[in-house]
Design a binder for this molecule. Structure first.
Ligand code: TPP
Ligand code: MG
Length: 385
């Protein structure tokens, strides 16, 4: 059992900011978390049926992190993530059909079927990926935040950004750069954090600390795993530890941090403690942890927690339960329908046209470095050769 992921007994909730939010907002959080979980379950099924290929990392267990952190943002605050990214895409507003089509490698997907599970991308929603190289997204998040600050303080106008509505140059922004605990020791993160500290860049590094990097526990791979706050401290960046299994508690702690970083145009670092229920990817015998450990975290499931709060603890203006059992069941049915329709849409969508698509929207290496033994191009002509 990783020591960094303690599972303390829960006391009665003492929510602060989130307790004052409208009922419908909290119900939407629950809906979004349930949608992500159902979507991921459907992905697992489709993967087992070989309808989804390549790598596939599911987000089940961690849903509160994407939903709670994104809820604290403005819609045009940029975010960037690693490869466990379906949940963030959905929480940011991507159409589940488009997300599922990308999973299936179909041309109706958000990256026209060329990205797959690890490369969700949704520029209109200010979601800049989906990145498969561990840690590589952290300098990108720093750059997105730097660009916003540069527009505001130096240019006085929005930089050209085709595909999204022009940002308001007079508006202070904050960017989120999510990373796994396995990215903590990547040089890119430390270079990025140094710059962010030096230039006071409004980026928040969110470590989705699920305790494992593939099969390696954080204690085995990272110094000071029990106190990650020493890392941002070295770069003059404020750090916070936040429990990522209770979305309302998460929001209560995270929202003021976002507001402060926006207002003061400076960075932060969050050790967000969470847990994934399934293996690292679809093929993982999980010999590195016990079934009891997984069960223990399931006892603190974030969806169960919020549902119980809305159905049993929180009252609406009429003094009734905020969420009735009937409405909860209706939500379940609606989500199931949406996910099944997404699968149907993905299945019925065409695969990308090789000739038209293989070299469009991708970085083409003009020096062919592919094996001459195999025709990776399927006959498509490289426009740069
Ligand atoms: C630079 C680099 N090194 C190694 C890998 C192989 N790899 C893929 S995922 C992964 C583990 C990352 O774990 P973590 O950051 O904790 O994210 P999680 O899977 O827990 O979400 C590794 C080592 C990679 N993709 N990129
Ligand atoms: Mg991890």
């Amino acid at each position: 059992m990783p020591t960094t992921l303690d599972t303390p007994a829960r006391s009665a909730p003492n929510y602060t900011i989130s307790a004052k939010l409208p009922d419908e907002m909290l119900i939407k959080w629950l809906y979004d978390m349930m949608l992500i979980r159902e979507f991921e379950n459907r992905c697992a099924q489709a993967y087992q049926q070989a309808k989804i290929g390549g790598f596939c990392h599911l987000y089940i267990g961690q849903e509160a992190v994407a939903v709670g952190t994104i809820a604290a943002l403005n819609p045009d605050d940029p975010i960037v993530h690693a490869y466990r990214d379906h949940g963030h895409a959905l929480a940011r507003g991507m159409d589940p059909k488009v997300c599922m089509a990308e999973m299936f490698g179909k041309s109706t997907g958000c990256a026209k079927g060329k990205g797959g599970s690890m490369h969700m991308f949704d520029k209109p929603h200010w979601f800049f990926g989906g990145h498969g190289i561990v840690g590589a997204q952290t300098p990108l998040g720093t750059g997105l935040a730097f660009a916003a600050k540069y527009e505001l303080e130096v240019l006085g106008k929005a930089l050209p950004n085709p595909g999204v509505k022009d940002g308001d140059p007079a508006k202070k922004k904050v960017a989120l750069a999510y990373l796994g605990d396995g990215a903590l020791n990547q040089g890119a993160l430390h270079e990025a954090m140094n710059l962010a500290g030096l230039f006071s860049i409004p980026v928040i590094y969110i470590v989705e600390n699920n305790g494992y990097s593939m099969g390696t526990s954080i204690e085995r791979g990272t110094t000071m795993a029990h106190d990650l706050m020493v890392k941002p401290k070295a770069y003059g960046i404020e750090g916070r530890v936040i429990d990522g299994l209770d979305v309302m508690e998460l929001y209560d702690k995270f929202k003021p941090l976002v507001d402060a970083c926006r207002d003061e145009q400076r960075p932060a670092f969050v050790d967000l403690k969470t847990y994934r229920y399934l293996g690292h990817s679809m093929s993982d015998p999980q010999k590195y942890r016990t079934k009891e450990e997984v069960e223990q975290f399931k006892q603190r499931d974030s969806i169960d927690r919020l549902a119980a709060h809305l159905m049993n603890e929180r009252k609406n203006a009429r003094g009734e339960a905020t969420l009735s059992e009937q409405r909860f069941m209706d939500m379940q049915a609606q989500i199931k329908k949406i996910c099944l329709e997404s699968i149907e849409f993905a299945e019925n969508s065409p695969i990308p046209d090789v000739e038209a698509e293989l070299y469009s929207d991708v970085l083409v290496n003009p020096q062919p470095n592919m094996s001459p033994m195999r025709d990776y191009t399927h006959g498509a002509k490289n426009p740069l050769l």
